[in-house]
Structure formats: structure tokens, C-alpha cells
Design a protein around this ligand. Sequence first.
Ligand SMILES: *Cc1c(COP(=O)(O)O)cnc(C)c1O
Length: 423
Amino acid sequence: MKRETLCVQGGWKPKNGEPRVLPIVQSTTFKYDNSEEMAMLFDLKKEGYFYSRLQNPTNDVVAQKICALEGGVGAMLTSSGQAANFYAMLNICEAGAHIVASTDIYGGTFNLFNVTMRKMGIDCTFVNPDASEEELQKAFKSNTKAMFGETISNPGCRVLDIEKFARVAHHNGVPLIVDNTFATPINCRPFEWGADIVTHSTTKYMDGHATQVGGAIVDSGRFDWDAHSEKYPGLCEPDQSYHGLTYTKDFGKMGYMTKLVAQLMRDLGSIPAPQNSFLLNLGLETLHLRMPQHCKNAQAVAEFLHNDARVAWVRYSGLKDDAHYKLAQKYLPNGSCGVIAFGLKGGRDTAIRFMDSLKMINIVTHVADARSCVLHPASHTHRQLTDEQLREAGIAPDLMRLSVGIEAADDIIDDIKQALDRI
Ligand SMILES: *Cc1c(COP(=O)(O)O)cnc(C)c1O
């Protein structure tokens, strides 16, 4: 089925007499007639529900919809996008491992890789995503376990050359993990370009209404873990905590996903509430309608900003002279997303006066929902950093992240115009 149909019809398939709308199974536990049946579930010899920390029917159905949209073999929901990126890595990394990640990624993910995972003994080398393959190659070591990037970076709005990253990752025998939050599978399916695992903060466009925090991990099932078994003992060697079963041998293409659920969710437990998955599912039902409207509006706003003399610079890959216009034409032919990065002449202080003058566009710590909103990383999410440190993290001190919503483009532009007039 096409993506539009999957948004609406994917996942929940009611049987005779069951509710047409995805039910919220708000139950921690599930009943069985005899002890033996439950024991089989614990041994992973039978499929079924027993405790919502591992699996819950509402969560699973929404995961299946996202899996179908991305074209994967299996998917799992997490309680946040942060948990998704952490679990996607931890499933194949342990103390002593090393990963290679683009510098141009979400601040939360940057901290996860740069601070928290380092404390756990997992080292990270950050690379400029625009570097040549030869340059990227230099970041790899014998203990490298994965490569990571974002389809469209938050907040930099740069487009990742997914094929280039996939070639380098595969040359080094490691999977490419792509955070596809901003593009969504409506505008880009990283598996079609060689990515092996896709992650999402479903908090953003997938939900689209700013009602729940959530994440997802999708596996393409294509990476051959056994061909590099010395790197991935957790997948390719017996798991003593499951009576010695081996994920890749016992579950084939579902090995990575089974380990995520059976081991990481069991031990760490960052599951979404079924109620949140229900809200996420409502959002997904209109994702294919909202994304084109976000893109159309953002294109109009980006062109307006581009032509206004008070604007110092604009980054939006739909602009013909944007550094990533060509990459966007290749990977995002139907549009990128609604997020624009820009700066005003006058820098940091002018940015603050501009934002305080906006009326309809609200200042919020959020991005990618139906309502237009704006954030100044240097004053908000990254306020601890000096201008120098901001530049190192790839964020200009005057960068504003404007998330263009699905209102009428004229009203969004009018609000920007009147705020510009006040600076
Ligand atoms: C927001 C975001 C995250 C983190 O997701 P949360 O749901 O806020 O935990 C990760 N990656 C990207 C690209 C994001 O935009």
C-alpha cells in the first residue's frame, strides 16, 4: 500500500466485532489459563503479551504502522526520541565500543553521545557530514560499531548524504543509523538509500499536535550481523539471560528487534504509555496531509525571509541557493520539512527583540507541530554555551529555529513582517 493509505489504515486490523478505532489497552498485565503457556512466553518460545514493560498491544500496533511507513521488518516504540537513539546504539554497543556520528545533530543526541555514553565507556568521534568519504574513513577504528546521522539536522537544517554515509559505514562493516524525525517517512525513507536502522522522535511531526513525547526504532532487517559477529557478540553469541538463545540464529531478520525488546526493554524499560501511543496514532493518520502543507508554508516563509534586507541568512534546503539544495532534490524531492534556520542582521539581541514581538508564532521549546513556533537555541536550549562553544556545536549565536506550522502562509508571514518592523 502507498504511504497515504498506511498512515490511515496501517497497524490496527480489527477482527469481527472488535472496535474500529485502535483501543487503548491500559493494562500492565495479561491473563493465561495455565502456567505452562506463560512459561513459554518467558522463554521467547511463543509470542504473546504478559507484561506491558516488554510489549503492549496498543504500542505494538502503532509500532507496526511506523514500521510499514518506513519499509522495515520490525519496529518498537520508546517513551521518547532520546530513548530511541540511546537504545538503538546500546543494542549493539557496550563498554569499549566506539561510534562515529555527524556533528550536525540534535543537541540532546549530541550530549547523549558526547557525555553520557562516554561515561558508560562508549567513545564517539564526531564528523562533519559534508566531509569526503576519505575524510569520514579516518574516523573509524577497529572497535567502531555504528555510524549515525540525521536526515535533516535539528536545528542546522542540513540534509545528510545518506548514500555516502551508508557506503562508508558498510565499508567498515557497521550499520548506518539515521534519525529520520524531521523528514518523516512521508518525505524520505532512509532504507531506500542504504540506512540499516531508522530512529524517530515521534514527539515531532508524527504526533504533530504536541500532545505526547515518544520515540521509535525501525530495523530494515538488512544488516548482516553474523558476517561481523566478532563486533556484535550481544546479537551473535548466546544470551545467558535467555537460556543461551542467540538472537541472530533464533530470530533471523528479527534478531536486532527481538534483543531490543527482550533485553533492553526488559532491563531498562523506557516504554510509552498506551494512552500516548493512541494519541501518536491519531497524529499519524494525517501525517501525509500535514507534511506537504508544512513544506509549502515553509517554502513561502523561507523565500520571504530570503528576500528581506533585515535577514542576514536563511537555511532551508528548498531555497535554490541553499548549500544543500541539490542533496534535498535527491533525497527529499517532495519537500523537506517545516523547519527553517535563520539569523537577523544585528545578531543575538535583535533575535530576542524579534521573537518577543511575534504574536501568533509562539516561543516554545518544541518544533515540528501544527502551530508555528520559534526558538533561539543560544538563549534557550543551549544557553549554557558561550558564542565560541555554540559555533563549535555548529550553531550560530544568532540562529533562530522557526518551525512553520500548517496555518495559512500569509498569516505566518504577516506576523513575521510586523515583528521585523519592530526591531
Ligand atoms: C526532538 C528530537 C530528538 C529527541 O526526542 P524527544 O522525543 O524530545 O526525546 C531526537 N532527535 C531529533 C532529530 C529531534 O528533533
